[in-house]
Each structure stands twice: as structure tokens, then as C-alpha cells.
Design a protein around this ligand. Structure first.
Ligand SMILES: [Zn+2]
Ligand SMILES: [Zn+2]
Length: 281
């Protein structure tokens, strides 16, 4: 996620869970409570401030350009990996199928673990420098989950510079070690799986924050994943539950997948969010 928002950051919400005070099993009591309503007003105020300062017409920011740039960076990286892979194993007979399969599976699980760990222990750490809590979790809450301008992608996507550094400087190091220690093309499968996983992350996270009746948002498995992430956006739970943003494997493994009473009703998701500045493209 990006941007130093020109708004007043706030500390993380203490996971005091007013949920336990709720006697409404349909899950709307918290949101309609005075505290919940105050939070909704805060979201509207924060969105106005953030949009005016960071993604408005004078900001120079363009969400479409940001999204396309990320894809150019990642797809170029993948093209280089595929070319190196082809040079090493031009014939299908040369492909180490078992090794490649294991590398892809383990790289996928490692990516899932990294996503979980970074989100839980870095982005939500009280001393974190990330703008995840002070921006993303204030712009999007369980009751205001979706964007109305693609420029709000600035509060969703990782910075291009971060992705460049990660995939072109940091990740090649373990890839070269894998090529040397495991088998000569192991690192390429590792990199291809990691970059593919990253694109899934950005796409899924974007879809979660698009209207729930969007073309991808209607897919059943996306609805399931979206609910998982939406619970994480319920502020009393954001430091304690549902840290996986793509597939909640590590949340299940580490028992941080939320299984308590509902914290919102599906109908509330269809409520139009507060008024924002209009699309600036
Ligand atoms: Zn989110
Ligand atoms: Zn979070």
C-alpha cells in the first residue's frame, strides 16, 4: 500500500471487542450502536480528507496508471523468468516435473505465510511505519468496504518502488541459492509462483473493495474470501483476526480465522458509501 496520507494518523483500535456486548446475532448491533455510527462518520470524514489531499485532481495520482505499472513490472519479471527457464530446459523432456511441482506448491505456501506474517506482525504492529492501519483501515471499514473511484487504489495497492525492489533485487537472491542448492531451474519456478501469487493478492484485494455485485465480486469463492477480508476490516478485529488477504490457509493454521457471531449483515454491504470526490481521470 502506498502514500503518506496528509491526514492525521491514529493509533490502532484496541481489540476490546464490543462484539461481546452485542446481543444481536444478526450482527448489525455494533454498526448501529453509537460507537459504530461514530466510526461511520469518521470514515466519511477521513475519505474526504484523504481524497482531497492524496488522490484529487491536483494530486497527480492516477489509479489506472498505478495498476498498469504494477502489471508491467510483474509481467516483465515473469517474461524474463520464462525466457531463462526456456534457455535452461528448451525441451519438455528436460523439465524436472516432480521438482517443479514441489517447488510451486512450497513457494505458494511460503507466499501465503509471508502475506500472513507481514500483515499480522508488521502492518498491524503498533510501531509499524506502514500506512496500512492509518490509511487502508480508515478508508475501508466493514461498513464502508468499497471504492467509488479507482484512484482509491492508492489506499490498496503496494507502491511500484516496493514491488520493483522486492522482485528485482531481493527475491533473485534466494532464487539463485535455490538454483545452486536444489536443482538448476528451481529458483525460476519459485519466482514465477511468487509473482503470480502477488498478482492474485492485488486482484483479490481490489475485488474485495469493489462493489459486491461487480462481475468478479459475484463469484461464489470470491464472496467467501471477501467476507473473510471484510471481517478483518471490522476495526475491533483488525489486530486479531483474518490476516490472510488471499486464501486463509495460515489463518486456519494459526487459529486466527474469525468464527464468532456475525459482525455485519450482508445488506449493509449494499449501502452506498459516503459521498466522495468524483473520479478524476
Ligand atoms: Zn482491505
Ligand atoms: Zn489489516
Amino acid at each position: 500500500m502506498t502514500a503518506s496520507a496528509a491526514v492525521t494518523p491514529v493509533a490502532e483500535t484496541t481489540p476490546n471487542s464490543n462484539l461481546t456486548n452485542s446481543n444481536n446475532s444478526k450482527g448489525i448491533a455494533w454498526a448501529s450502536s453509537p460507537l459504530g455510527q461514530a466510526r461511520n462518520a469518521n470514515v466519511a470524514k477521513f475519505r474526504r480528507e484523504y481524497e482531497t489531499a492524496n488522490i484529487g485532481p491536483d494530486s497527480g495520482y492516477n489509479g489506472n496508471r498505478h495498476f498498469v505499472s504494477l502489471h508491467i513490472v510483474v509481467l516483465t519479471h515473469q517474461a524474463i523468468c520464462l525466457w531463462l527457464l526456456y534457455r535452461s530446459t528448451p525441451s519438455l523432456h528436460d523439465v524436472p516435473w516432480a521438482g517443479a511441482t514441489w517447488t510451486i506448491v512450497l513457494s505458494f505456501l511460503l507466499a501465503n505465510l509471508c502475506e500472513y506474517a507481514k500483515h499480522r506482525f508488521d502492518m498491524h504492529h503498533p510501531l509499524s511505519k506502514s500506512d496500512h492501519s492509518p490509511v487502508h483501515h480508515r478508508y475501508f471499514t466493514a461498513n464502508s468496504m468499497y471504492l467509488t473511484t479507482f484512484n482509491a487504489g492508492k489506499a490498496i495497492f503496494f507502491r511500484v518502488s516496493f514491488v520493483l525492489t522486492l522482485f528485482y533485487i531481493i527475491m533473485p537472491i534466494p532464487a539463485l541459492i535455490l538454483n545452486y542448492l536444489v536443482f538448476p531451474t528451481c529458483g525460476y519456478y519459485f519466482l514465477l509462483t511468487s509473482t503470480s501469487y502477488y498478482l492474485q493478492y492485488e486482484w483479490l484485494h481490489l475485488i474485495y473493495h469493489c462493489p459486491p455485485d461487480s462481475i468478479f465480486g459475484r463469484l461464489p469463492f470470491v464472496q467467501y474470501l471477501r467476507r473473510h477480508h471484510r471481517i478483518h476490516h471490522h476495526q475491533p478485529l483488525m489486530r486479531t483476526h483474518n490476516f490472510n488477504i488471499t486464501y486463509p490457509l495460515m489463518d486456519v493454521l494459526f487459529r486466527t480465522s474469525y468464527t464468532g457471531p456475525p459482525v455485519f449483515s450482508e445488506e449493509m454491504d449494499m449501502t452506498p458509501p459516503p459521498a466522495f470526490v468524483q473520479h478524476v481521470d
